[in-house]
Design a binder for this molecule. Structure first.
Ligand SMILES: [Zn+2]
Length: 419
């Protein structure tokens, strides 16, 4: 008797379904318990339980849903939040709003009921997420060096993206980033958005052939092979987004041109995936005031604070650009714990010269590293110790920008929210 004629166990499918139901129920209970005991969203805990009890649970839960994935070194949290806002014309769009962007966070988010999902994915987890969730669209923002102990090898990451994207129905990708373009070309269809690239140190080597990638008047191109900037389908003229038959002003509450670029990717994605009314979608983006606490403006201990996150060289460049022209004091909080990475030598990849002449205070566990870096750039700064409240005590009342790398930013946010 051949294997194919063996009778299938009549309860096989039902038992698998039953196992998933039990896993879902246990995972939801664990998430609720974690929320109750430890605060937070409980998403990661519930995701871990789901994966432990039903290893194929993510694929099963994603199977009949419309999934868009968003990845890139910088901006993915903002692009995800803006895409959800652009799509949200009254329908329910699920998302990992708390930024839990690895396997457990994605698994936990899939425990929700939304049929349509926009999921932020860590760059290293993108191949896994594509395999498990079978997205109809993947949005790719940029690829640059992150903290040194994380995804530092841009070329290797671009290669794994390219393999993972083969067969994906559609990408919405940044035409200004060579590594993104080369990866995106593996997908079945590309929608190109000229979303800009402030950080170019990682795009001078052609990801396809290793030749020199040169920037020119009309974009970039490789000296040795055919890889060059594709003609964008969507582009910005100042704050006006242009696309096929579209012309829509982008006015945001979030600061900086970097967020206008993020909005361009979000609006293009919402348009091509769901045909949303662009004017209405663009209007909804104005209601996004902060993204997981980033850009939060709040009154705290006599100061008008703006809280900003910068976790890698490209992130610092964006923020230094965003703050150019401001003269009020800046507090820089710098740690090297856990997700920050332990080696802060990437600080030397960024020029802090734009901060010259401003009142600059540094704090955090690795403030000494930052102080040395600032001195080399001719930025006068002093070090203060203690909580954010203690640091602010030393500054005159009024506006202050607080910039932290990952764990320092989280600690500052927690302190401010406690009041
Ligand atoms: Zn090349």
């Amino acid at each position: 008797m051949s294997g194919s004629t063996l009778p299938r166990h009549p309860g096989g499918r039902a038992r698998r379904g039953g196992r998933l139901l039990v896993a879902q129920s246990a995972a939801r209970t664990a998430g609720a318990l974690s929320r109750h005991l430890r605060g937070g969203s409980g998403t990661v805990i519930s995701g871990r339980v789901l994966q432990a009890l039903a290893p194929r649970g993510v694929a099963a839960l994603a199977a009949d849903r419309a999934v868009t994935l968003v990845s890139g070194t910088n901006g993915k949290t903002s692009i995800t939040a803006l895409t959800v806002a652009a799509l949200d014309d009254g329908r329910s769009v699920g998302s990992n709003r708390d930024g839990a962007n690895t396997a457990a966070g994605i698994a936990g988010t899939l425990l929700g009921d939304a049929r349509e999902l926009v999921l932020e994915v860590d760059e290293g987890w993108l191949p896994w997420a594509i395999r498990e969730t079978a997205p109809h669209t993947v949005v790719l923002a940029n690829l640059s060096r992150d903290q040194l102990t994380r995804h530092h090898e841009v070329g290797a990451l671009a290669s794994t993206w390219r393999s993972a994207l083969a067969g994906v129905p559609r990408v919405v990708a940044n035409a200004d980033d060579p590594a993104v373009v080369w990866s995106a070309l593996a997908a079945r269809r590309q929608v190109w958005v000229a979303a800009g690239a402030r950080w170019t140190a990682d795009s001078q080597v052609c990801p396809a052939c290793g030749g020199r990638c040169l920037a020119g008047g009309s974009g970039w191109g490789c000296e040795s092979c055919d890889l060059r900037r594709p003609t964008p389908d969507w582009w910005l003229e100042e704050d006006l987004l242009r696309g096929p038959g579209a012309r829509v002003p982008v006015a945001l509450d979030l600061p900086g041109h970097v967020n206008v670029s993020n909005a361009a990717l979000a609006l293009a994605t919402a348009r091509v995936t769901d045909g949303v009314d662009l004017d209405a979608a663009a209007a909804r983006l104005r209601d996004v005031h902060a993204v997981s606490g980033r850009y939060l403006r709040t009154r705290f201990r006599g100061h008008d604070l703006r809280i900003l996150l910068a976790k890698n060289p490209a992130g610092w460049l964006e923020l230094l650009d965003l703050m150019s022209g401001d003269r009020h004091p800046v507090v820089l909080l710098f740690n090297a714990d856990g997700i920050d990475g332990r080696d802060p030598s990437w600080l030397y990849d960024v020029s802090f010269a734009p901060l010259r002449g401003r009142t600059v205070v540094v704090s955090g566990k690795r403030a000494a590293d930052l102080l040395v870096r600032l001195e080399l750039d001719g930025v006068e700064a002093r070090r203060l110790r203690g909580s954010l409240a203690a640091v602010l005590w030393e500054l005159p009342a009024g506006r202050v920008d607080v910039i932290g790398n990952y764990t320092a930013f989280q600690a500052a946010l927690k302190e401010v929210r406690r009041g």
